[in-house]
Design a protein around this ligand. Structure first.
Ligand code: NDP
Length: 277
């Protein structure tokens, strides 16, 4: 029996100085956790860091906050059009980043964009085959393809590091934003709160992808892991969630900063605690 509490609102991690930097890509960055990731990364990383903020409608009204943030941090945030369910959009985003980063490559890819459909609680009677397919397209096939396409850039960053054999998020890493709801070990505690058939299955598949990519990329010193952000006040998490985006992202960035070779293929939460698969 593990003793992990289902929802934690406390954070053991005070604001630490981050070891993150270089070229960083965040998907789904116009609102929620993605927007806060870009904000705190812009505030806390060295000046020569470049944050590529993936967003499916950069000119749309729901990207105003991201555009304002990019204007505040001119030169440090670059908005990149990215629709996770569109292969050509992914290819185009990767080409754009590739042209900008050149030989330095990509140090950190954060696969954050996701959908939960139908909305919470996502009961069986409300879930259609079409929901299942749409959720898989965005939450599984999208991150799979984006990660695969970014491998040459991740390899460049990993190879140009002077860190010897040690892996890190500063060197070259893929962080898959997962959820406790994907944990098979936590099912007895979590299922009654929200059934979310499609969303849970997609994130469990993403967890397996994290492990597959971790095995595939270990010899090249590219770290891959799954990170649960907590239950967070966003459009997806809802107002009753106990954790603010600020606290969740502060914890997530502290965890990312502390990751090393031992953490590849791990499943952690925003406090750095290990979750059962
Ligand atoms: P939100 O719903 O608030 O934001 C989702 C983001 O993903 C938006 O920027 C959205 O863009 C983007 N997105 C959705 N579909 C696509 C797509 N097809 N292509 C490109 N971008 C897309 O979610 P959160 O911020 O709450 O969630 C962020 C991550 O955290 C997700 O992976 C989620 O599963 C995970 N998570 C969240 C929890 C919570 O309590 N909030 C709990 C556990 C995990 P657009 O505005 O264009 O729709």
């Amino acid at each position: 029996m593990h003793t992990f509490r289902l929802w934690r609102s406390d954070t053991s991690s005070a604001d630490m100085s981050l070891t993150l930097g270089g070229n960083i890509f965040v998907s789904g960055s116009n609102r929620g956790i993605g927007l806060e990731l870009v904000k705190q990364l812009a505030e806390k990383t060295p000046e020569d860091t470049c944050i590529y903020a993936g967003c499916r409608t950069p000119d749309g009204s729901n990207a105003q906050a991201l555009r304002d943030l990019a204007a505040q941090h001119a030169g440090k945030i670059c908005i990149v059009k990215l629709e996770m369910s569109d292969e050509e959009s992914i290819a185009c985003a990767v080409r754009t980043v590739s042209e900008k980063v050149g030989a330095a490559g990509l140090n950190l890819l954060i696969n954050n964009a996701a959908i939960a459909k139908p909305a919470i609680p996502g009961k069986l009677c409300d879930t259609s085959r079409q929901d299942m397919m749409e959720v898989y397209e965005t939450n599984v096939a999208g991150p799979f393809h984006l990660t695969k396409m970014f491998i040459p850039l991740l390899q460049k960053a990993a190879a140009s590091s002077n860190q010897g054999d040690e892996m890190s998020c500063r060197r070259s890493a893929v962080i898959n934003v997962s959820t406790l709801g994907a944990s098979l070990g936590m099912m007895p505690e979590s299922f009654h709160i929200a059934q979310l058939f499609a969303y849970r299955s997609s994130k469990a598949a993403m967890n397996m992808l994290s492990c597959c990519f971790a095995m595939e990329l270990k010899s090249q010193k590219i770290l891959v892991m799954a990170l649960h952000p907590g239950w967070v006040q966003t459009d997806m998490g809802g107002d009753q969630a106990p954790t603010s985006t600020h606290d969740s992202v502060q914890g997530m960035l502290n965890v990312m900063s502390s990751l090393g070779s031992k953490d590849t293929a791990s499943f952690l939460d925003w406090n750095g605690d290990t979750l059962p698969w």
